[in-house]
Design a protein around this ligand. Structure first.
Ligand SMILES: Nc1nc2c(ncn2[C@@H]2O[C@H](COP(=O)(O)OP(=O)(O)O)[C@@H](O)[C@H]2O)c(=O)[nH]1
Ligand SMILES: [Mg+2]
Length: 362
């Protein structure tokens, strides 16, 4: 899974990127002039994976991964450069956008709009995304209108219809993530990677005082939380960046002191899984115990395909046991003896925490 971190300058994007990835990318004015995006991969924390490992004694334990991309360059600049902008290029392939919104108070850090106003910033960035999308759509429509007039390509005609619908939404300041499309049509325009179509995680960057009332601050943004494909979470950017540089145990003690139950990386990843409606399943044997992320509602045969295309092609059956049940039994052998291991077909809908062994033949 790839997540693009966006937001106004000096709102704490890079600080949060560092907090999430334990990186030490330059923040504040030290980062001025940086052109390259910061990128880092994080292992998804899931304690079930580490509980499973001793049951199999594998050579390798492999968590799921999330890649964070902290994009250099400003939205404002991008508008002038249009769809060719660096910004769009770095982001078109991400699965989700994380918009860092400044709430923290600090007179030493300027706010480019002169004051702290989270609602204004959320709306304004969403508009920026829509402007970028609209620019791409208008250019494409011009060309499509010509080709559709001269050729009889059904595909082009359908794409034109979808883009017309998108243009209408954008003209009315409706982001594309709110436009419902049948899967067939969505496929036609997926390649564009429209930014306002991507699920949006709002990361509120709070200071130490505000973190105590984070529930209240999050609730103030209910108008956004009721929108489609938006989630809200809060972090304490600067502080959690400092914490991410500490050893695990010290970190835990600090978090306790602050009244924060879980490190930022756990909370943000949980919000992302929720936003993208993802669940985890595990494959386990003496070679490797591994976690996989799939959309909830995925059928066994498709889940097999995420592990290996041969497993999907030659799918026979899936041996399935929920993590909790397996944990209760203490070993896969015991689970088999007790007859609590399920044998499922292609159509079985994979559940969060399932430990699956795919039987296949190619
Ligand atoms: N007081 C305070 N300062 C912060 C916080 N997060 C970031 N900053 C400061 O704000 C400035 C800009 O942060 P940076 O992460 O570089 O923002 P970016 O431009 O959005 O990447 C730096 O001086 C940070 O130390 C925070 O939660 N509280
Ligand atoms: Mg930065």
């Amino acid at each position: 899974m790839r997540i693009g971190i966006i937001g106004l300058p000096f709102v704490g994007k890079t600080s949060i990127f560092n907090a999430l990835t334990s990186a030490s990318a330059k923040t504040g004015e030290f980062s001025l002039g940086a052109k390259e995006a910061n990128r880092a991969v994080v292992k998804v924390p899931d304690e079930r994976l580490y509980k499973l490992a001793p049951l199999y004694n594998p050579k390798k334990v492999t968590p799921a991964e999330v890649e964070y991309i902290d994009v250099a360059g400003l939205v404002k600049e991008t508008k002038e450069k249009g769809s060719e902008g660096e910004f769009y290029h770095s982001l078109r392939e991400v699965d989700e956008l994380a918009h860092v919104v400044r709430l923290f108070k600090d007179d030493n850090v300027i706010h480019v709009s002169g004051s702290i106003d989270s609602k204004r910033d959320i709306k304004s960035l969403d508009l920026d995304l829509m402007v970028i999308d609209l620019d791409i759509i208008e250019k494409r429509l011009k060309r499509l209108e010509k080709t559709v007039a001269s050729s009889k390509s059904e595909e082009d005609k359908r794409e034109l219809q979808v883009l017309d619908r998108f243009k209408e939404a954008l003209d009315n300041e409706i982001p594309l993530r709110e436009v419902d499309l049948p899967a067939e049509e969505a496929k036609l325009v997926r390649g564009y990677g429209f930014l306002s179509q991507k699920p949006l995680l709002l990361i509120l960057n709070l200071d130490e005082e505000q973190i105590k009332i984070k529930g209240k601050l999050e609730a103030e943004l209910s108008e956004f939380q009721q929108r489609k494909k938006i989630e809200v979470c809060s972090v304490c950017g600067k502080l959690e960046m400092e914490l991410s540089q500490l050893e695990n145990e010290d970190r835990k003690a600090f978090l306790d002191d602050l009244g924060i139950e879980e490190a930022a990386v756990n909370r943000v990843i949980k919000s992302s899984y929720k936003l993208l409606d993802l669940i985890s399943f595990f494959t386990a044997n003496e070679n490797e115990v591994k976690a996989w992320a799939i959309p909830s509602g995925t059928k066994a045969i498709k889940a097999a395909g995420t592990v290996h295309s041969d497993m999907e092609r030659g799918f026979i059956k899936a041996e399935v046991i929920g993590f909790d049940k397996l944990w209760e039994q203490g070993s896969i052998h015991q689970a088999k003896e007790k007859g609590v291991l399920g044998l499922e077909g292609k159509e079985y809908v994979v559940q969060d925490g399932d430990v699956i062994f795919f039987r296949f033949h190619v």
